[in-house]
Design a protein around this ligand. Sequence first.
Ligand SMILES: C[S@@+](CC[C@H](N)C(=O)[O-])C[C@H]1O[C@@H](n2cnc3c(N)ncnc32)[C@H](O)[C@@H]1O
Length: 289
Amino acid sequence: MNALEINPSGKYIDVTFGGGGHSRAILEQLNSDGKLFAFDQDKDAVKNIVDDERLTFVPQNFRHLHRFLKVYDADSANGYNGILADLGISSYQIDTPERGFSIRYEANLDMRMDVSLETTAADILNTYSAEQLQNIFSSYGELRNSKTLAELIVKERLNAPFKTTTDFISRIDSCIRGHRPRYLAQVFQALRMEVNQEMNSLEELMKQSSEVLAKGGRMVVLTYHSLEDRMVKNFFKAGNASGEEEKDLFGHSEKIFTLVNKKPITATEEEIKENPRARSAKLRIAIKN
Ligand SMILES: C[S@@+](CC[C@H](N)C(=O)[O-])C[C@H]1O[C@@H](n2cnc3c(N)ncnc32)[C@H](O)[C@@H]1O
């Protein structure tokens, strides 16, 4: 909330509404002229909407931010004072067994945040080539033995397709290295990021955020994965995913954002003790020039 430096009569966007915790905190700081647009691609998030005329809930993926703001906000062209993104999955999603996000429960291998998407985690395991699987396990899961795991999956699925979380876990047992829950959490994280095309959505969000923010508007992003953090850092630094500054014919580069904090802000030991899910969180803040 401090990072957003809320202007009480300003216009804000919470692109990851989830349980609505951040949105409620923003609404508390807005006066009757303030406005909040909240996105979530998970239809279950609708249950958490609060009855408040300053809030407009947009049940969409934030990769379509610009398009849906035009649809939902008649004067969207004037620009927004702040955007907040708290990426990844919510505690509600991970703790709801039937969504298939958790290594702790038996469920179908689903992992879609938006249940209208076509591809589930089972589809990926049953159809991707060994090379594609290896890529997602090594880049999104950061697993050291991603090739062995990918090859085992391709061999195992010849016996029977993968359907449930528990069956999948038991069939990859021989590949598990180190701390078992950690290894499995990394496998599940990789599948989830692929099912929901999370890196692509984040890149779209970052591209569109600079078009949507007013001059002086603040962008605040919480990431939970090193690739996400790098993407955010590169956009804040150079205005693109690669992080390379683009110069015009005269060798000038126009900075889109000014960084507020050079290093990402992380949770204190004390906070992590209270809320272990904050362990991997990194917070970056930038101001639109
Ligand atoms: C970590 S939770 C956010 C929790 C929220 N800040 C709160 O206070 O309750 C992330 C939420 O973002 C949603 N989400 C993730 N990626 C999204 C995307 N590309 N578009 C829209 N919503 C997304 C998820 O469905 C989930 O509900």
